[in-house]
Write a protein of this length. Structure first.
Lengths: 354, 314
């Protein structure tokens, strides 16, 4: 784990919702700062208390995490998708008129927040800016909540489809060439517009037209950013970490994700099973028996039974089959992780030699 | 005899303007709270009560397939008695929709195979969501669309995406101000707000983030549909009331300390859910942690718990 932090410039924390990605990303940041790195942790929608700990509860800029004393320095930032998208457009649009038209468009208003891929796009664009700014030795990215770990990887492709130059051109009524191909495109366009017109009425199609003509100007930049971010993700200096929980479905999903990453050329360097068991879980039979005896005499049979049931549950979970041979299991930390000391405790678990 | 019985049951099935009606149960919640397990247990609960149930998962890959060891795809596969499991994705739903309105399949295939269309579906998220809801409510809107079940249980998306799903038809009805899609969106908005048809189950855990998301979401669901969701607090431990005063004897001290923290967290969480008031449909429903790694055992245990919902907080 230490080598992972030592040898990479970007770490992407992936995993499906509710597995503790954000907290793990923050703890990895703490570990890296202890190792002397200038590190930035980019989080998405952190729990309020974690945001407070990191000093980003009331700030949309990257800030130095308060109350720290590490060999290096820990910074944190949140990714506010709608704001970053708006800034991106402000920065890349050729004229204020384009910006105004776009912001007023009904499709844009949906898009900035809910378009599949827009959150991922803003994350990647922010990651790219931070990683290439020269301000940090390491940037750790927490990925947007998704049903599946792999959703993050497919997002840029989805967004690219929207901003495909040929499609934008077709919507703008420009022909991208002559001959059969161009005429097939036109035919396809006519068919789609006909269907849309019929199903939705002409005002909807007009909104579409307006959207695409406004987006036309910045589409090349979006494609370029997407491409650059994609290259950054493929770079040898970028490592993926998968955070998962201990249940059969999540482990299977993790295995499928691993194959997908490998096939696409990304490097999954670590699989972390989070909250694998509570810290009290007995490791030996002697420990188990001692706890049972103590519970029976001190608090009656009720808690003793619960202790026995939970112990065997956690040991059954630990025995679940997995293809990963290098699983890192992290016990459930005491209660919610509140404050920097708790993050440091988790960091010590994740990277004992930091 | 069997045939007669079926006919009788059909006759009892409620109808809306002469169209067959089945109940729709949406199950949602933050990622990781056990939403899919509660959805499957809900299906089991309805099936045990004698209803025929369709358990639907949304998206391009199946969660239930590996979990239940079934080949779950776009045609329902039988799971237990009276339950079929199916996976719906956007493209399939949209294809169905367009096929019907353009009357012939060749055109639908051509349009959906078209890169332009794919871009449009990606660019207009509500289009994809409307397709899903359109498929779901089709039997109630069209006489030609048959779905021979009493209840459809949907393992719906998590928080943000679920709200986008619920809001899509209203948004689309405004953007597309005429045409069949406008009519359908308006109809869907009405159906989603009909308490005789739709039920919303919101699952959470007794933890900070899931609770704050659930509280926010309960209000949003009610505001959007007019129906307050039933709230389920999942994976609760049944702990003695006098936890705080227990002597912490050495060998069990870490366990007791942990249970005391859980007891406290459960209390604050349930109190927060109680404060939801009219944003919550009925009492807070408590579901126990079922300590097993066996999927069947887990789902049956959860269905038992749903049936009894013995420990309700009113």
């Amino acid at each position: 784990m230490r080598a992972l932090l030592e040898n990479h410039r970007v770490i992407v924390c992936t995993g499906s919702g509710g597995v503790g990605k954000t907290t793990t990303a923050a703890a990895l940041g703490v570990a890296a700062a202890r190792m002397g790195k200038r590190v930035l942790v980019l989080t998405i929608d952190p729990a309020r208390r974690l945001a407070t700990t990191l000093g980003i509860a009331n700030s949309s800029d990257d800030v130095r995490v308060p109350k720290q004393s590490y060999a290096g320095e820990l910074y944190a930032g949140t990714i506010d998708s709608a704001r970053i998208f708006a800034e991106y457009i402000q920065r890349h649009a050729k004229s204020q008129e384009t910006v105004d038209r776009l912001f007023a468009n009904a499709l844009y208003q949906q898009m900035a927040t809910t378009l599949s891929g827009s959150q991922e796009f803003t994350s990647l664009s922010k990651l790219y800016d931070a990683a290439t700014s020269g301000d940090y030795d390491l940037v750790i990215l927490d990925t947007p909540p998704a049903a599946h770990a792999a959703d993050f990887l497919h997002a840029p492709a989805k967004l690219n489809a929207v901003f495909d130059s040929a499609i934008v051109s077709m919507f703008m009524g420009r022909s991208s060439g002559f001959g059969l191909a161009a005429s097939a495109w036109k035919q396809g366009m006519k068919l789609v517009l006909g269907a849309l017109n019929f199903l939705t009425g002409s005002s909807f199609v007009a909104t579409f037209n307006d959207f695409f003509s406004a987006i036309d100007a910045i589409a090349p930049d979006i494609r370029e950013t997407n491409l650059a971010a994609h290259e950054l993700l493929l770079a040898r200096s970028t490592a993926f970490v998968l955070i998962t929980s201990f249940d059969a479905a999540k482990i299977q999903e993790g295995e499928a994700f691993h194959d997908e990453l490998a096939a696409a050329g990304y490097q999954l360097k670590k699989v972390i099973v989070n909250r694998a068991w509570p810290q009290w879980t007995p490791f030996t039979e002697a420990e188990q028996n001692a706890a049972q005896r103590a519970l029976k005499s001190a608090s009656g049979p009720e808690l003793a039974t619960l202790h026995a049931r939970l112990s065997s549950y956690y040991s059954a979970r630990a025995g679940l089959h997995t293809r990963f041979d290098d699983l890192m299991t992290v016990p459930e930390m005491d209660d919610d992780i509140v404050g920097l000391p708790a993050l440091e405790q988790l960091a010590s678990r994740l990277v004992p030699d930091a | 005899m069997q045939a007669n019985k079926t006919t009788d049951q059909r006759a009892q099935r409620p109808s809306l303007h002469g169209r067959a009606v089945h109940r729709i149960v949406f199950v949602t919640g933050k990622g990781g709270v056990g939403k899919s397990a509660v959805a499957a247990a809900t299906a089991l609960q309805y099936a045990r009560a004698g209803h025929s149930v369709l358990l639907v998962e949304l998206g391009s890959r199946s969660f239930y397939g590996p979990l239940l060891g079934l080949p779950v795809d776009d045609v329902p596969v039988p799971w237990l008695e009276n339950i079929g499991v199916v996976r719906w994705d956007v493209e399939g739903a949209l294809r169905e929709y367009i096929t019907h309105y353009l009357m012939f399949k060749a055109a639908a295939d051509k349009i959906l195979g078209n890169t332009v269309m794919k871009a449009l579906v990606a660019a207009a998220p509500s289009l994809a969501e409307l397709a899903m809801l359109g498929k779901l409510t089709a039997p109630m809107r069209h006489t030609w669309y048959k779905r021979d079940v009493d209840v459809v249980v949907i393992d719906a998306y998590a928080t943000g995406q679920f709200m986008a799903l619920l809001r899509a038809p209203r948004g689309l009805a405004q953007t597309a101000s005429s045409g069949p899609m406008h009519t359908h969106s308006t109809e869907i908005v009405r159906l989603l707000g009909n308490p005789d048809i739709c039920e919303y189950r919101l699952v959470t855990l007794a933890e900070e983030m899931p609770i704050s998301e659930a509280c926010e979401m309960a209000g949003e669901i009610r505001a959007e549909t007019g129906i307050a969701p039933k709230v389920y607090c999942n994976r609760l431990l049944d702990l003695p009331a006098d936890m705080a005063d227990l002597p912490a004897s050495a060998a069990a001290a870490p366990f007791i300390a942990h249970m005391q923290r859980i007891a406290k967290r459960q209390r604050t969480s349930l109190a927060a859910l109680k404060r939801l008031g009219s944003d919550r449909g009925g009492p807070v429903r408590c579901l126990p942690l079922i300590p097993t790694v066996d999927a069947d055992e887990l789902l049956k245990g959860l269905a038992d718990a749903l049936d009894s919902v013995s420990r309700v907080v009113t």
